[in-house]
Write a protein of this length. Structure first.
Length: 420
């Protein structure tokens, strides 16, 4: 068992005098694995790292034009740390400091560790104690449980991608590098991580190439590293937009972008804003919500003006046409089953795009939103579509509950109870 309080957080001024003070640190002086946070309370930026050579790493950071603007170094050390533990704690700190919102991180969003190692579950208890210590010292702000339920954490680009998402990421990067492909359609049902992948890609493309940290990547990931480097050479600073058709969700993602270093709220736009300028790459989240000229209510005027500005016939075009015209490359995250409104772009328009010689389609299938996983989702889909064959085995899981309420008020009450 790893004692949860078996660690020390030591804070120092982040300047040339740091090395004299580190001489008194047993763990820094004797090349132990340590985790560190560099921060500044004025510019509200921070950097998280881990190392076995604190002297060398701090020297390199002080020479970096971005990091040497930070004012304080917090060194986290323990006799219980090993390399796997510090990598895991570093990754968790990056994820939760990003979700906490107190600081914008200077870290890139690739290379976060996510592997099993001896006694990993006990190091999570240590991390919880460490986070409480950081909160007590004003280095972090919110409790872990609060962050877990926040939009900033849910949609943060600081994620370890699942295998399915990683495969999709590689396909998208290859297509972005392919001059013969103009549109990439990423298909996946609700909960397959399309929004996370869109934001992850956006952050990756807006990160300077020298900020990527590939030191923990193995030989089997050489292709991944090569593709990212090729992508950054082809698009050193691309002009990009993330189009979100639904205004309420657009507001949520704008808040996320506001808290991510290198991203700005004006990079998240509504479809009509595409009429104002052209982009190198346009990402569209929930592209099944792009509209045609039907049942638009107060939006009719805006729709018509955008059509006129772009030279389209307002009666025959759709917002999908705007995306294609105003982007060098478009990446559309799409779920046909979620297209339910008369105003949604016709499925046949997407089918036509997907069958074109300048398009490529990738599919996501892993389920991240519900603990019941794909088996549950498939069962419910068949149930609501009346496609369950006689004799189909009832879905059961010890790790998941399915409750049917006869009263909406009862359901709301139960949700509130569980939130509490």
């Amino acid at each position: 068992m790893i004692p949860a309080n078996e660690f020390v957080v030591s804070s120092y001024d982040f300047d040339a005098n740091l090395f004299n003070e580190l001489h008194d640190s047993h763990y820094a002086k004797n090349l132990w694995p340590v985790v560190y946070i560099l921060s500044d309370g004025t510019i509200k930026e921070a950097y998280v790292g881990e190392t076995t050579d604190a002297y060398s790493r701090m020297s390199n950071h002080l020479k970096n034009n971005e990091k040497n603007k930070l004012s304080t170094a917090h060194l986290i050390s323990s006799g219980q740390f090993n390399k796997s533990a510090t990598l895991d704690i570093e990754s968790n700190l990056i994820k939760y400091i990003s979700g906490d919102g107190k600081y914008k991180l200077l870290n890139a969003n690739v290379g976060l560790a996510n592997h099993n190692f001896y006694q990993k579950e006990h190091y999570w208890d240590l991390f919880r104690s460490l986070w409480d210590k950081l909160r007590a010292e004003g280095i972090s702000k919110h409790a872990l449980e609060y962050i877990d339920n926040s939009d900033l954490f849910k949609y943060s680009p600081y994620k370890t991608l699942a295998l399915d998402q990683r495969k999709g990421l590689l396909v998208i990067i290859r297509n972005l590098l392919n001059d013969n492909i103009r549109s990439i359609i990423v298909e996946g049902g609700a909960g397959t991580g399309k929004t996370i992948l869109a934001i992850f890609l956006f952050k990756l493309l807006k990160t300077n190439i020298e900020d990527f940290n590939f030191k923990e990547f193995g030989d089997d990931e050489a292709e991944f590293i090569e593709l990212i480097l090729d992508l950054k050479i082809k698009y050193p600073d691309p002009k990009m937009a993330l189009v979100i058709p639904m205004s309420s969700f657009r507001g949520t993602i704008k808040k996320v972008f506001k808290n991510i270093k290198g991203l700005k709220t004006n990079m998240v736009i509504g479809p009509a804003e595409l009429a104002n300028e052209r982009y190198d790459i346009v990402f569209v989240d929930e592209s099944h919500r792009l509209r045609q000229r039907k049942n638009l209510g107060a939006y009719f005027g805006t729709f018509d003006k955008a059509c006129e500005k772009l030279g389209f016939n307002k009666y025959t075009c759709s917002e999908l046409d705007w995306v294609i015209k105003q982007s060098g490359k478009s990446v559309l995250f799409y779920d046909e089953d979620q297209s339910i409104k008369p105003s949604d772009v016709k499925t046949t328009d997407f089918d036509k795009l997907k069958s074109g010689i300048f398009s490529n389609t990738e599919y996501l299938s892993s389920q991240f939103r519900v603990r019941g996983g794909n088996a549950y989702v498939q069962y419910i889909n068949k149930l609501v579509k009346c496609k369950l064959e006689p004799g189909t085995e009832i879905y059961r899981s010890k790790e998941y509950e399915f409750l049917l309420f006869e009263s909406l008020a009862d359901m709301v009450s139960e949700i509130k109870l569980r939130n509490t």
